[in-house]
Design a binder for this molecule. Sequence first.
Ligand code: FAD
Length: 454
Amino acid sequence: MPNLLIIGGSDAGISAALRARELDPAADVAVLLADAFPNFSICGLPFYLSGEVPDWRALAHRTEAELAGHSIRLLPRHTATAIHPGRREVEASAPDGTQVRLGYDRLIVATGAVSRRPRAIRGLDQPGVFPLRFMADSFAMADYLERTRPSSALIAGGGYIGLEMADGLTRRGLAVTVAGRSVLGTVDPEFGRLIQAELERNGVRVAGGVTVEEIDAGSEHLSISGSDGFRAEAGMVLVAAGAEPATGLARSASIALGQGGAIRVNRRMETNLPDVYAAGDCVETWHRLLGRPVYLPLGTTAHKQGRIAGENAVGGDKEFAGSLGTQVVKIFDLAAARTGLKDAEARAEGFTPLTVQSEFWDHKAYYPGARTLHVRVTGDRATGRLLGAQILGHWQAEVAKRIDVFATALFHGMRVEDLDQLDLSYTPPLGSPWDPVQLAGQAWCRASEGRRDV
Ligand SMILES: Cc1cc2nc3c(=O)[nH]c(=O)nc-3n(C[C@H](O)[C@H](O)[C@H](O)COP(=O)(O)OP(=O)(O)OC[C@H]3O[C@@H](n4cnc5c(N)ncnc54)[C@H](O)[C@@H]3O)c2cc1C
């Protein structure tokens, strides 16, 4: 009966606990978590703050009672302060301030990530300036929005969290400015421009190519200044500058770090220490297409890695198959998705990429409500291998389903021309006999062979 201790009670930690209990009902599984919100979907925070999900409690993937039903012992408000691998023990501070010691046979570190605090920005500690990572961040922001009712917000960072929040705060009636180096840099600038147009159509001011440098408390507003003479005033500031792995605890226990300062793991999610596994946003991630580790923190990956760590910690032998960085985000009426490599990324990795953008109806145009889908396919000229895809379109135009078809094709190392043979579904209200995925593949093949569109 192994004693499995897990540090971290979010996507990775709870996935690990559930899998371990599933495979070994006799295992003693305990989960330490620093806050009081086990198994909450922090991906849902923008929708709680926008008011679309009025009650934060709805963000729980599972309730504490459901987790207890799986015989998982939860220790909320317990912050692990040291790992002693020699004596297989973790020290933690309990809610009453006392130090407790917990022994383990196997340990899983799933401490996640923290919001990046760019050193170059002065004034991050002012009232009215927020990160968004934890439930507590969202409560602080919700409270501020209720109490001070700001009429405007500045968002520093044009990544997916910044843009989800631009949408969310606009819905709450705030005038929003997004200042960042790029607009959704995870997709190509051609799509970034279309997303910027959607933001502006909804009243968001976009200051592209700007780095925020200073936030000052004014008498009524915060004053924000940045590169190229950028100046703005706002009632609140959200700093959405990305995430970095939370590895202080691991580092002080001599757990080796790798890509992006994240915990180094093999594909069995083992660290350099015996019987110590790690998973989720605190670890580096095996990239399936590149065949090497990268730092690519995503909720989808955290769930998978946690499940594998949990399985192996109770005697299993499973390897993480790797991530392709597949992701999708909804911004007002648009959804933007990507999987695999962008053109520039593929080039930097030594491929000879060709990227072809084409536009299609999401379903037969004679059926009401047809919308345009923009699809970018990146393939390797030398081998014809699919390297990546990006899709932008109305959020109800099945963008996510379609990027997932590309992701599945990438997972299996398919060539672009093989997309044609996939047996995909069709009915006029939802698609066409040739799905846009296949039409985009055909457009890529035509371009690679130097033939014209017909
Ligand atoms: C606003 C937002 C939106 C997002 N949207 C998406 C999305 O749409 N799609 C997607 O794929 N991903 C999304 N993500 C990313 C996703 O939420 C993360 O990848 C995922 O939560 C990572 O899970 P994790 O368990 O590794 O870490 P975390 O969720 O960061 O959890 C870490 C856990 O460790 C605990 N912990 C940390 N240190 C200690 C310690 N010393 N002692 C005890 N406990 C400790 C914490 O309390 C917490 O329980 C989003 C993230 C944010 C912030």
